[in-house]
Structure formats: structure tokens, C-alpha cells
Write a protein that binds this ligand. Sequence first.
Ligand code: AMP
Length: 544
Amino acid sequence: MQQGQMMDRPLMISDIITYAAEIRGDQEIVSVRVEGDRHRYTYADLAGRAAQLAHALRKLGIGDGDRVATLAWNGYRHLELYYGISGIGAVCHTINPRLFAEQIVYVVGHAEDKVLFLDATFVPLVQKLREHLPASLRYVVLGDDTHGLDGALAYEDLLAGQPAAIDWPSFDEKTASGICYTSGTTGHPKGVLYTHRSTLLHSYGLMAIATEVGLTPTDSILPVVPLFHVNAWGLPYAMPLTGTRIVMPGPKLDGESLFTLMDEEKVTSAWGVPTVWLGLLAEMRRQGRKPDGFDVVIIGGSAAPEPMIREFEVDFGVRVVHGWGMTEMSPVGTLTTMGPTLNALPDKERRRFKTGQGRRMFGCELKIVDEAGDRLPHDGEAFGELLVRGHGVMNGYFANEEASAVAFDAEGWLRTGDVAKIDAYGFLYIVDRTKDVIKSGGEWISSLDLEGAALGHPAIAECAVIAAPHPKWGERPLLIARLAEGQTTSPGEVRAFLADKVAKWWLPDDVVFVDDLPHTATGKLSKLTLRERFKDHVLPTAAD
Ligand code: AMP
């Protein structure tokens, strides 16, 4: 083959921040701080402080491949860490504070973190865990003082006096830039090492659909999706690359706080998981309006229920983009990008596409296979295990051969653990997690579809469907619901409501009402906990 004659410059994360400072230097970054106030500065300031941090890290002895951990909310200092750490060839390990205590201890040990940067909020947590953490681990509290954490440094002291300019080093683009651990519902969390290359290509992938998701210099983006998990869906990199204005919510993620922040800061595009939007929608309903300027909401992490999509779009005129991704990718895989043909459809039909998880991002290929591993057609009917391949998909877990050995098929595609169908337009529909699908008499029932239908009931605020054992059918669906405030209903009434919305044999055999539903560290319903809690539940149909 004839080689092309173009310069072989590596794709470096530091190039993003250098570019942003140069081209969009005056663009604003607003952050709600744990200190309680709202901090403002610009991309030029971000680049300067990331450079200061890089110098400071080197002084602490941090170099190539060293893992540096963060325990922090969404704010400007966390963004500085993203750039300062990876910029010098070290690896930014974002820790999800919602992991169980022993999981946090495990991931710090497994990643062999050298320094831990933490928000003041997490000082008590770290104090509690400290005796189990490596004695050599150094601590930096993100603020002016150390909030009583023995031996820690204050971030602002660390940066003070360091030069606000740096000649960022250039190195192999396949160098690790960040590590994120899965939330590990079973067994230990597993680490995924992103590269500079995968991160840049993922950011370019988001650029391909920039106007649809509000990634433009005239937009103000609110990343509610945490910087401490799955790279906040790639936003820390894609936002500076496009020069969008950033509004970081800090620790307050309730509906009222988000509404006020969005309204005052004129947020146009907000990104987060469905649970967060339940809170915001309740506040929007209470005030009878949307936050001023709110144009598009990006929903992912778990399935966006149809009533949520309808309420955003029909009641409040907020466009919905629904997406799917995972820690094992860079991380977004699909988004409901539409285009002229689909946009011309009547509203209701158009919205039906948005109940699915959307079309693949540039650089992410999808396939669905049957139990023998053979490909299934993309006809919107056939469903099977979803596998992915692409430059933003991992090729193995970090230092975990056992998990890596079973993560891929013979062709090298990553098994996602999701069951899905794909239609002729290329839209992905996640049917279930392979572990959550209900196997009733040899047929599969999608717990996600049943939950989506049940959420249409006005009395149901949140719900989960799990498999309960059944002597005849093997498994049958059990619906567990949390009622909306002040609402009442009965199992019979819920079943009657569902009767014309799902196949008759899908109707849950029992409906149980609870005060609270358990969530995982990433805000998803914890079906593992529910299965454990309801393991002795006897379905009325099973008792017959
Ligand atoms: P995580 O690695 O924590 O991001 O979790 C990834 C998993 O979340 C995926 O494999 C899916 O099971 C689930 N997930 C993410 N987004 C969606 C979505 N929009 N609809 C349904 N499931 C989703």
C-alpha cells in the first residue's frame, strides 16, 4: 500500500485545552462550589490552572503512567484535574463516591493511586476509610484549606506560585489518560483504561452531532452526569473542543436547585440520568414552566421512560435526545439523532424513536447475535445480545485477565451484557440487561418495556420489574412501585391499566408498593438488591 504523506502528530488531550484557551479563551465556566457560592472563570483560566497543576504534580513526583485519583463533584477544579493529570502522561482515576466503602478501598489499591484529590465534602468519608487505604497515599483537599484531614495539602496552596503556562509533552496517543471502574454490582469493580486517542476520537464523534445535542459556542451546557463516572459522557473534552459555555452543578442535584441554576444561568442543554430528570420535572410541573432557555435534554445511563420523553417534549417544549453507553466505552455508543426523514414524521411517531436508545455514534459499530453467536437481522423484531466494536471500545479490563477473558466474542467484539434489537433505521432498542430479562416459559419478557408502560400510570413515580420464581413458567414478572406523593392505587388497577399496553402474557403476576427503591452507585435501579429483598416473595399465581 502507498503510505500517505501527512504528519504523524499524536492525538493529545492537552491539545484540546490549548485550543480552547486560544480560540475560546473568553468563554465562561460557571461552577456551584461545595463552599456554597457560584464560581466563574474562563477557558483561558482553566488552561492556566491546569498548567499550574501539571507543574505541581511533577513536583510531587507524579510522572508517566502514575494513577492520580479524584473524589469530587462537577466543578472547575475537577476539570483542571482531568487536564493537568493526563496532560503530563499520568492517569486520571475518577472515583465514584457512591461506591461502597470497601469498593473505594479496593479501587484505590487496584489502581495503585499515588495521590487522591478530594472535595471537602468527602473528607469525613476519607477519614473513615483512611486506615484501610495505602499509607503512602497523599491527599489534596480541593480548596483553600485541608478541612482537618491530617497530612493533606490544600489544592490552592499546591497551585500557588506555579507557572500558568506549560509546554505540554507529546507522547504516544495510545497512552492511558484516565481510568474508571464499573460500579460492579457483582464481584469487584473492573477498571477501564481510556487512551488519549479514544478520548479525542470520541469527542470528534460528538462533534458530528453537535447541533443536535447543543454542543456549540452559543450553548450553555449543564453536565449533571458526574465527572466521577464514565468521563461525564465525554463532556469534559467535547465542551472545550467546541467552546460551549459550561455550567457545573456541584453537589446539589435536587429538582429545585437544578431549576434555579438552569433558569438563572440560561442553560440550553442539560445532560443526566432519568432519576435526576424526575426531580427536575416535578419542579417544572410545580412552577408550570421550564427553566428559561432550556432547549434540549440528553437522557442516558438507564432507559428514558416514554412518559418522561412526552412530558419534556409536549408539555414543556424541551427536545429529548436519548442515549446509551457504558464504562467499557469512551463512553457514549448511541444517541437518538434524527435527520430530515424522521423529523418530518408526526410528533407521536417521531417520539416513538426516542424511546429507543438511538443510532450509533461515529466510531462505534453495533451487532446483535443469537445464542449461537450468529448475527441477527436489523429488522426491529429480532433481539439478542448486543456487541460493540470501535476505536472508543476497550480491548480488555485493567489488570484483570479473568474478566477480560470472557468480555469478547471470537471476532473480538465486546459483549455489552445488554439484550437489544436494531431497526432498519439503525436505531438501537435496549430490551434488557441479560441478567434482568424475565424468562417466562421459554419466552423473554423485557423488564424495561414493562417498567416504561407502568410509569405511564399517574400514581406511579418510579418502578422496577424483576423476575420472581414460578413453578409452571420458571419466572414471572413482579412489579415493584413507589407511588407519587399523595397518590393511591391497587395491584388490580395497575394491571388493568397495563392490559392494553403490553401483551397479555407480559402482565405482572403481582404488584407491590414500596416507600423507596434501591439505586446503584451510578443511579440505576439496583435490581440485584431488589431480587435479594424479594427472593422469598410468593406470587399469587405461584401459590395456586
Ligand atoms: P455504566 O457502565 O455504569 O455506564 O452502565 C452501562 C449500562 O447501563 C449499559 O450496558 C446498559 O445496561 C445501561 N444503560 C445505559 N444507558 C441506557 C439507556 N439509555 N437505556 C437502557 N439502558 C442503558
